[in-house]
Design a protein around this ligand. Structure first.
Ligand code: ADP
Ligand code: 5GP
Length: 188
């Protein structure tokens, strides 16, 4: 049975944005992206209401207060959370919802929707390659990169509770494996 809530998580820099974007482009009639709310600053090229809903801390805290989020976490000093409306939006469109959220958020989704969720973890080939990818992306200063690497080992451990694990070494192969998991339930 294919699941309606597909969670893709990975340590920052492992390639999950690249992979989810490609999969969404290839399957527009089946999948939509769950647009999270965040208080972090917009990166070059990111669009409000497309990549994230970029909110102030006050706006985000109001959402928390009014139960507007299915789950949220504070990560790297910023809030990130899934607005309740995203699930309704996917249901109304008759599409499956793809989440790019952290491991704790993924486990919260599964707790709330155990029958409907599929949790996929993207791992980097090595921690050294993870550092190289974060550095070459050039979107964060060195101290922020170090914080993201420090968090990665905790995420790799928690990911043992995920349904599937894909190593993102060769990008096209990793995308193929994630597609197979989403559409066929296994990589075989
Ligand atoms: P995340 O969303 O997990 O933080 P990104 O998708 O932004 O990560 O990827 C981090 C960097 O690594 C980007 O510059 C991206 O182009 C690059 N990247 C992603 N997958 C691969 C891969 N398989 N091989 C080499 N570089 C990759
Ligand atoms: P980034 O700043 O690189 O876009 O994201 C940082 C981390 O926050 C990533 O692990 C990303 O998956 C996670 N994230 C993004 N949106 C959400 C969300 O709505 N909820 C949770 N729990 N994590 C999120």
């Amino acid at each position: 049975m294919s699941k309606s809530l597909i969670v893709i998580s990975a340590p920052s820099g492992a390639g999950k944005t690249t992979i989810t974007k490609r999969i969404l482009e290839q399957h527009p009639s089946d999948l939509i992206f769950s647009i999270s709310a965040t208080t972090r600053a917009k990166r070059p090229g990111e669009r409000d209401g497309v990549d994230y809903y970029f909110l102030s801390r006050k706006e985000f805290e109001d959402l928390i207060k009014h139960n507007g989020l299915i789950e949220y976490e504070e990560i790297f000093g910023n809030y990130y959370g899934t607005p309740v409306e995203e699930i309704d939006r996917a249901r109304d469109l008759g599409k499956r919802l793809l989440f790019d959220i952290d491991v704790k958020g993924g486990l919260s989704i599964r707790k709330k929707f155990p029958e409907e969720s599929q949790l996929i973890f993207i791992a980097p080939p090595t921690m050294e390659i993870l550092r190289e990818r974060l550095t070459s992306r050039k979107t964060e200063p060195p101290e922020v990169i170090q914080r993201r690497l420090d968090r990665a080992s905790m995420e790799m451990q928690m990911a043992e509770q995920y349904d599937h694990r894909v190593i993102n070494d060769d990008l096209d192969q990793a995308i193929g494996e994630v597609e197979k998991l989403i559409f066929e339930g296994s990589t075989k």
